[in-house]
Design a protein around this ligand. Structure first.
Ligand code: G3P
Ligand code: CA
Length: 372
């Protein structure tokens, strides 16, 4: 059993007043031992980079996350028309780029059904990489993160190759391994249009010499079949993402009636352990909210997962009131910061092995408080 699993709950969800650096990067983290998988560290994963401070999935967001001390940076990947993996949370890009303002691409606006959901907009698979590179990233949540709109129009959509290169450069500069936690988005859909994500992923990892068991890499997915396939192909650890609702798109497509709720049972987790090394649940699957929005009691998910040697990395921790339990909000403004550290301490105390956060500096503070 990993050391992290043996940690007892040293701190309850106590109220600890800690001043936070809210708007800028923390100083570079000091050199550390290897923090790759198996190193028994509690991991802070920069969700879409430091997306609380920069438009998500840009090199600037990833770089800031690493400089804030994130152990891993998290690119979600989709494909271009010419088969290049690029970092976007979804293939429909009107919410995170300026594509809607580009007259030259007006005729690419279209409607598609992705994983059973009808979407209208612009899709990465309809753009070559060269075309996509003419776009610029914008903040997804301008109402919540108005400060981030300062950076609208500055950054391109990065390729996965570029993210891996940045990872290497930052690891060298910071004198610690910065990990990369890659999520393939909509793999069944991309298979259906002959733009399978797995082959270019394996190629990119190979080229970066990152396909080995001790590489600072996780590969994650909300689907199951692609992870089973990758299990026989790559040596890096795999993480099955879970959700509080719904079912994996590949199971739905295959007529398999299992849902995420089924996967999160002790029996479902034992099956996941046959091909994966961890699970990434929605944070409410670890500590659900009560009807009034306050934190409730933790579920058995962490213990059940650890019982079959699966790591547990819940998502997504954010500083703003709108994302926090009711009792940890400060003031009425949804975009003001609440007591995010207290929320995170409650989650560390359940025995989780890491967390995805839009605010890696906050995650580092809470992790360090918990470990002290
Ligand atoms: O991959 C963990 C977390 O990022 C899953 O949620 O929708 O932000 O990719 P999402
Ligand atoms: Ca993700």
């Amino acid at each position: 059993m990993r050391a992290a699993h043996r940690r007892t709950a040293l701190l309850a969800a106590s109220v600890i007043a800690v001043p936070l650096l809210l708007t800028g990067p923390a100083t570079a983290a000091p050199p550390q031992e290897e923090t790759g998988p198996g190193a028994d560290e509690l991991l802070v994963i920069g969700h879409r980079g430091a997306s609380g401070y920069r438009p998500e999935h840009t090199l600037a967001a990833y770089e800031l996350a690493a400089r804030m001390g994130a152990d891993y940076i998290e690119p979600d990947v989709v494909s271009t028309r010419d088969g290049v993996l690029v970092a976007r949370h979804e293939n429909e890009i009107s919410g995170t780029t300026d594509v809607a303002e580009r007259a030259e691409f007006a005729d690419r606006r279209t409607t598609k059904v992705i994983d059973g959901v009808e979407l209208t907009g612009w899709f990465t698979e309809d753009f070559t990489l060269a075309e996509l590179r003419t776009l610029r990233a914008v903040e997804r949540l301008p109402d919540v993160r108005e400060e981030n709109t300062l950076y609208d129009g500055l950054y391109q959509v990065p390729t996965l190759d570029e993210v891996l290169e940045l990872r290497e450069e930052l690891s060298r500069e910071l004198r610690r391994e910065v990990g990369v936690y890659i999520e393939t988005k909509h793999p069944t859909y991309f298979d259906s249009i002959d733009l399978s994500l797995e082959e270019p992923l394996v190629e990119d990892l190979d080229e970066a010499r990152l396909d080995h068991r001790r590489a600072p890499v996780f590969v994650q997915s909300f689907e199951t079949a692609n992870l089973r396939e990758l299990d026989g192909v790559v040596d890096v650890p795999l993480v099955q993402l879970l959700s509080a609702t719904g079912a994996p798109a590949d199971l739905v497509a295959a007529g398999d009636e299992r849902t995420y709720a089924d996967l999160a049972t002790a029996e479902g987790l034992a099956e996941i352990a046959e091909y994966a090394d961890g699970v990434g649940p929605e944070k409410g699957q670890v500590i659900p909210r009560e009807a009034d929005g306050t934190l409730g009691d933790s579920t058995s998910l962490v213990d059940d997962a650890h019982a079959v040697d699966l790591l547990v990395h819940p998502y997504t921790f954010r500083n703003e009131n709108t994302f926090l339990p009711a009792e940890l909000r400060e003031g009425a403004a949804p975009d003001d910061y609440g007591r995010a550290i207290d929320e995170q301490l409650a989650f560390w105390a359940t025995g989780i092995d890491g967390m995805f956060t839009d605010n890696p500096d906050t995650g580092v503070v809470s992790r360090d408080l918990f470990e002290d």
